[in-house]
Design a protein around this ligand. Structure first.
Ligand code: DGL
Length: 266
């Protein structure tokens, strides 16, 4: 396959949350063109089955292929956890998810070897963060060899209310803070020093989460490790006005020309 270096990178997410990943790509790879697809008609993915998330992801990948992208970033943690291994076998393009870099970063960050992961229900249930962190844990081989405990302890928590609260724009609201305190109480009791924000929406709660977890816990954004107008193209499956408004609050440039796509046709 001949790759056109000037071709755009395709990025997709279940909705607007993946714009936090776009923001990191814009910062880290400022010369890259980007085509973004947000599945705003079918969000959330975090409570859907593996088969459904695979079907949705496959349709979006087919759509992005029509945009002649040179690589695809699955910005959605849920789709990365549930669909990446299936989809990467089906396409010729390089395809990158966000779960593996997030797991790797957490293992490299933690000092006391106690890590927390917050994510959607489907991501937590998939067990992928748990698996990848165990694999990246330098003590894992020791554990296998000597049947000892690994050096790293992992604690997980699904936070299903975070996505609708962020979509509602309540990123600094006392109600969201109260919800965060409830969700995080148990894993904060475990003395973690690193917390993976394992969902695209959660980095938008960073300052609120910082308040809740305190200064001693490092917040890991898996998107940090990923890679003019015509330069960036945005597509969504519904509610393009709302998408534009959200994009404007997240991205350094104003986005006003998001196009609607009938994703069921792909
Ligand atoms: N984009 C999803 C993720 O990163 C969160 C929103 C959803 O549930 O679709 O897991």
């Amino acid at each position: 396959m001949k790759t056109d270096r000037n071709a755009p990178i395709g990025v997709f997410d279940s909705g607007v949350g993946g714009l936090t990943v776009v923001r990191e790509i814009m910062r880290n790879l400022p010369d890259e063109r980007i085509v973004y697809f947000g599945d705003t008609a079918r969000v959330p993915y975090g409570s859907k089955s593996k088969n459904t998330v695979i079907r949705y992801s496959r349709q979006i990948v087919h759509f992005l292929e029509t945009q002649q992208v040179k690589a695809i970033v699955i910005a959605c943690n849920t789709a990365s956890a549930l669909a990446l291994d299936t989809i990467e076998k089906e396409i010729d393009l390089p395809i990158i998810g966000v779960v593996k870099p997030g797991a790797q970063m957490a293992v490299e960050t933690t000092q006391n070897k106690r890590v927390g992961v917050i994510a959607t229900e489907s991501t937590i249930q998939s067990g992928l963060y748990q698996q990848l962190i165990t694999e990246a844990d330098p003590g894992a081989y020791e554990k296998y060899l000597h049947k000892k405990d690994g050096t790293l302890d992992l604690f997980t928590q699904a936070c299903p209310l975070f996505v609708p609260l962020v979509e509602e724009g309540w990123t600094k609201d006392p109600i969201t803070e109260e919800v965060a305190r409830r969700y995080l109480a148990e894993i904060l009791d475990k003395d973690i020093d690193t917390l993976i924000m394992g969902c695209t929406h959660y980095p938008l709660l960073r300052s609120l989460l910082r308040k809740v977890v305190g200064e001693k816990v490092t917040l890991v954004n898996p998107a940090n490790d990923e890679l003019g107008r015509q330069k960036y193209q945005f597509f969504a499956s519904d509610g393009v006005e709302r998408f534009n408004a959200f994009a404007h609050s997240v991205l350094p440039e104003q986005i006003s020309d998001t196009k609607q796509v009938q994703i069921e046709n792909y």
